[in-house]
Write a protein that binds this ligand. Structure first.
Ligand code: DGJ
Length: 761
C-alpha cells in the first residue's frame, strides 16, 4: 500500500514510485519524522530511527522538556525533535509550522496526535489550486489530525501521493473550535526535517528580464530563504527550492525538491540546525499576514509539493514536469496542440489599428502562424501606458469595427484572434475609476503608490471582480476569441481593503490571491475553449498556482534568445517547457541589441511554447522562409517537445570550452522513437575544441537517423549573413550516442546553433 500505518510501532509510511517518507506517533502523541529518501521496499519497523531512541547525550542544552516528561527524558525536548508540524512557543526554536494567538493573547501551541484516516483520492483545497488525479490514476491521502495540548485548536495535515508519480503533496487545515477567535500569524504548508547536511541549496533569483537565474551554493548553518512580499511570486525569486548533494549532477546524487502551489507572498527555506539537520519549510510568508479564524472556521494553507530523486537533478525535474503538465494544468489545452501565435507587442507596442493588425496576421500566416494576439493598447483611450486600464471596451479610433470587426477579418484569414487584458489594475484616468474610485486599493488618508501609473483593484471584493469579469466575459462572448493574455504589471503596495475590519487587514494579501483564483476559475469554467496565458511584466508570477488556470505563462519580457538560455534553463529545473511562453523576436533584439539567426531564435522559442513577436513586414524573404521551416519543425515535433522527456545536456551558466559557453538540451519522445537535440553557442571565438555531447534518454538498442539543421555564414561579400543549412549526419545507435556522444564541430561566431532530429529506424 502506498500509505500505511503500523498499529504496533505507530509508524506511518508513505511510498511514491522511488521514495519513502516515514514518521511516527511517539510517546504522549508527539508526531515526529523518521525518514525521507530512497524507497525502502521491505516492511521493516522504522521506529528505531526516532532520535528519541538514539543513544548518547541529549541533543540540546539547556534542555526544554515537554510538561509530562520525567527526569532523564531530556532527549524529548522539542528543539531536538523532528516534528511533522510544530507549534510556536513551546521549545522548538527553528522555523515552526504554526504560530498564532488565542483569545487570551497566549501564543503557546503544542500539537499532539489526535486521529487519522487514510482515504482514496487526492486532497482538494477549497478555493486553492492543487494537484489532482486524472481518471484512471489512483491517488491516496492520509489525513492526520493534530490537536493542541490545551485548547480545541486542530491542525489537519494532508499527505497525497499518486501512483506512478514521485511527488508527495502536503497541506494543512487549521480548525478553530476554541470557542473564541484564534489569530493565525503563520500557518505554513509543510516543514520537513532531513537528517543529513552535505547539501547544496539551489534557489532562483532575478529581476525583470532576467527571471529564475540559478543560484547553487553549499548550505550553511542558519537559514537560506527566498521570500516574496510583493503580493505576487515576483521577479526576484521563485517559490521553489532544491536541496542536492554537493556532488549531485544531472544524472546522479540525492536531490530533494520543494515547490509551493501558490501565487502570492511566500517563504521557502532550508535551515541547517545545531544538530546538523536541514529543515525545509514552505508556505505563505508570515510578513504582513494575520488571519482571524473565528470559532468553528477552518483555514487552508496552499499545497506544497515535495519530491526526492536519487538519480540527480534531471530525474527530479522530469518528475515535476510530468506532474505539472498532467496533474496541475487542466482543460483542453493541457493535451491539445496549442496554436502558434504572433503577439503584437514588440511589433507595434501601442501604435496600431485594425489594418496594421490584419497586416501583421497576414504576414505571419506566410510562416505558419495560426493566431494573432492583440496585446496592450486596444481599449478605452489607451495610446500610452498612463490611461484606461479598467475600461475594457474597444478604442474606436484604432478598431472602428470593434473587436467583432477585427475578429472577423482575422478569422477570414483562417486564423484565430487572441486578446490582452490586465484585469487586476486600474488607471486613475479611466471611466471605471471615475465611477468607482473605491474599487482601488488605497489606505484611507494616505497617498497611494502607483505601479506603471496604475493602482490595484481590490480583488478581495466580489463586486469588484464581478465588474471586471463581466467586461471580460462580454468581449469573449461577443466574438470567438481563442486566447487571452492575462497581464499583471505591478506589485502590491498599500495593502488595505475597505471591506475588511481593522483586525482583518492582515488577510488582505491572501484574500487577494484567493480573489484572483476565483476570477480565473470562472474564466476556466465558462470559457473552456479559451487558451489562457498568464504574464506579469514578463515572468513575475511564474508559479504552479497560476499553471492550474493557465497552461502557459509568459516567461520573461526578455526575448533575446541568448539571454533566454539562462532563464529557460533555470525555469526547467522545476517547470516543463510546455508552460514557458517563448517567442521568436526581432534581430537585433529590442532588449539587448544582440543579433541572432532565425534558427537560434527558433531553437530558443521551441524550448517553450513557440510563437512570434515581430513585424513580418520587416523580415526579408529569406528570414520568412526560415521561419516557415522553423514553424513546421515545431509543429512536427510538438508532441516530443511538449509531452516527451526533457534532458539538460550543457549548462549556459558554465564555460563549456575555454572560449565558448554552450547551452544544449534534448527532448525525447516517451516511446524513445524520436528526439530533438538543440545547441546554442554563446560568446564563441572560433573555438577549435574537440567537442562531444553525450545524448540522454535514448533506447540503447535502437538505431537513429540524424538530420541536422545549422547556421551557416556567408562570407565578407555578403556581409557575413547567416542562413539556415541542412545535412544528413548518418545513422547511429542509441548506445553510441549516449556513451561516446555526438561529435560536433563548433560553429564559427556568436549565437550560432544546431538542431538535430533523431528518428528511430
Ligand atoms: C508586460 C508584458 O510582459 C508584455 O509582454 C506586454 O504585454 C506589456 N506588459 C503590455 O503592457
Amino acid at each position: 500500500m502506498p500509505i500505511s500505518f503500523q498499529e504496533k510501532s505507530k509508524v506511518f509510511t508513505i511510498h511514491t514510485e522511488n521514495s519513502t517518507y516515514a514518521f511516527m506517533i511517539e510517546r504522549l502523541g508527539l508526531v515526529t519524522h523518521l525518514y525521507y529518501g530512497e524507497r525502502i521496499y521491505d516492511e521493516s519497523d522504522l521506529s528505531y530511527l526516532t532520535n528519541a531512541a538514539a543513544v548518547g547525550r541529549p541533543a540540546l542544552y539547556p534542555e526544554i522538556t515537554y510538561p509530562e516528561f520525567e527526569a532523564g527524558d531530556a532527549k524529548y525536548c522539542p528543539h531536538a525533535r523532528l516534528q511533522e508540524y510544530s507549534g510556536f512557543g513551546n521549545g522548538d526554536y527553528r522555523t515552526t509550522s504554526l504560530q498564532g494567538r488565542f483569545a487570551d493573547g497566549s501564543q503557546t501551541i503544542d500539537l499532539r496526535y489526535h486521529s487519522h484516516k487514510i482515504v482514496e483520492g487526492a486532497a482538494s483545497l477549497p478555493g486553492l489550486p492543487c494537484v489532482y488525479a486524472n481518471e484512471g490514476e489512483k491517488a491516496h491521502t492520509l489525513v492526520l489530525t493534530l490537536k493542541d495540548a490545551a485548547q480545541e485548536l486542530y491542525a489537519e495535515l494532508y499527505y497525497t501521493v499518486i501512483d506512478g508519480h514521485d511527488e508527495l503533496m502536503r497541506s494543512a487545515r487549521i480548525v478553530n473550535k476554541t470557542g473564541a477567535p484564534f489569530m493565525i500569524d503563520s500557518a505554513l504548508s509543510a516543514i520537513v526535517d532531513i537528517r543529513k547536511k552535505d547539501f547544496d541549496v539551489i534557489t532562483f533569483y532575478g529581476r525583470q528580464d532576467s527571471e529564475r537565474f540559478v543560484d547553487r551554493s553549499p548550505i550553511r548553518h542558519g537559514k537560506i530563504s527566498c521570500e516574496s512580499t510583493a503580493g505576487l511570486t515576483s521577479h526576484f525569486s521563485n517559490n521553489s527550492l532544491i536541496l542536492c548533494e554537493h556532488t549531485a549532477t544531472e544524472d546522479s546524487g540525492e536531490c530533494y525538491g520543494a515547490v509551493l502551489v501558490y501565487s502570492g507572498n511566500y517563504t521557502v527555506s532550508a535551515e541547517l540546525d545545531h544538530a546538523e539537520r536541514v529543515r525545509l519549510a514552505l508556505g505563505i510568508n508570515p510578513a504582513g499576514f494575520c488571519w482571524k479564524l473565528e470559532d468553528g472556521e477552518a483555514f487552508d494553507t496552499p499545497q506544497a509539493i515535495l519530491s526526492y530523486s536519487n538519480k540527480g537533478l534531471g530525474q527530479l525535474s522530469r518528475g515535476f514536469h510530468n506532474l505539472i503538465r498532467y496533474n496541475i494544468c487542466r482543460g483542453k489545452w493541457k493535451d491539445a496542440r496549442r496554436p502558434v501565435l504572433i503577439n503584437s507587442w514588440e511589433a507595434a507596442v501601442f501604435d496600431f489599428d485594425e489594418d496594421k493588425l490584419v497586416e501583421i496576421a497576414r504576414g505571419a500566416k506566410e510562416f505558419g502562424v495560426e493566431l494573432l494576439v492583440m496585446d496592450d493598447g486596444w481599449f478605452g483611450n489607451r495610446t500610452w501606458d498612463d490611461s484606461s486600464v479598467g475600461d475594457w471596451t474597444p478604442n474606436k479610433n484604432k478598431l472602428p469595427g470593434g473587436i467583432t470587426g477585427l475578429c472577423k477579418r482575422i478569422n477570414d484569414l483562417g486564423m484565430d484572434l487572441g486578446i490582452w487584458f490586465e484585469p487586476e489594475t486600474i488607471s486613475e484616468n479611466s471611466d471605471l475609476y471615475r465611477a468607482h474610485p473605491d474599487y482601488s486599493v488605497q489606505v484611507p488618508g494616505r497617498a497611494p503608490t502607483r505601479g506603471r501609473w496604475e493602482l490595484l483593484l481590490d480583488m478581495t471584493r466580489k463586486e469588484v471582480r464581478d465588474n471586471i469579469y463581466n467586461q471580460v466575459a462580454k468581449v469573449l462572448t461577443d466574438s470567438p476569441i481563442a486566447y487571452v493574455k492575462w497581464d499583471m504589471n505591478r506589485y502590491i503596495t498599500d495593502a488595505y481593503s475597505l471591506a475588511l475590519a481593522s483586525d482583518q487587514q492582515g488577510e488582505f494579501y491572501h484574500r487577494y490571491v484567493l480573489g484572483v483564483y476565483e476570477f480565473m476559475e470562472r474564466l476556466h469554467q465558462n470559457f473552456p475553449h479559451v487558451l489562457l496565458e498568464n504574464c506579469s511584466s514578463g515572468g513575475g508570477r511564474y508559479d504552479v498556482g497560476m499553471m492550474y488556470y493557465s497552461p502557459q505563462i509568459w516567461c520573461s519580457d526578455n526575448t533575446c534568445p541568448t539571454h533566454r538560455m539562462k532563464i529557460q534553463y533555470g525555469s526547467s529545473l522545476i517547470y516543463p517547457v510546455s508552460t514557458m511562453g517563448s517567442h521568436v523576436a526581432f534581430s537585433p533584439n529590442i532588449n539587448t541589441f544582440h543579433d541572432a539567426s532565425v534558427l537560434t531564435r527558433s531553437i530558443s522559442a521551441m524550448a517553450g511554447t513557440f510563437g512570434f513577436e515581430l513585424d513580418p513586414a520587416h523580415e526579408s524573404e529569406q528570414s520568412k522562409k526560415e521561419m516557415l521551416l522553423a514553424t513546421n519543425l515545431y509543429k512536427k515535433h510538438y508532441f516530443t517537445i511538449n509531452h516527451g522527456d526533457y534532458y539538460r545536456l550543457v549548462s549556459p551558466y558554465e564555460q563549456a570550452v575555454p572560449t565558448s559557453r554552450i547551452s544544449a538540451w534534448q527532448f525525447v519522445s516517451k516511446n524513445q522513437e524520436s528526439a530533438l537535440f538543440s545547441l546554442v553557442q554563446l560568446d564563441n571565438v572560433n573555438d577549435s575544441a574537440d567537442f562531444f555531447v553525450k545524448l540522454k534518454g535514448l533506447d540503447s538498442r535502437k538505431t537513429y537517423k540524424l538530420h541536422r539543421y545549422f547556421d551557416s555564414r556567408n562570407g565578407k561579400e555578403q556581409g557575413f549573413t547567416t542562413y539556415l543549412d541542412e545535412a544528413e549526419l548518418g545513422i547511429f545507435s542509441g548506445e553510441v550516442l549516449m556513451k561516446a556522444g555526438l561529435h560536433l564541430q563548433l560553429l564559427r561566431g556568436d549565437n550560432m546553433s544546431t538542431l538535430i532530429e533523431l528518428e528511430a529506424l
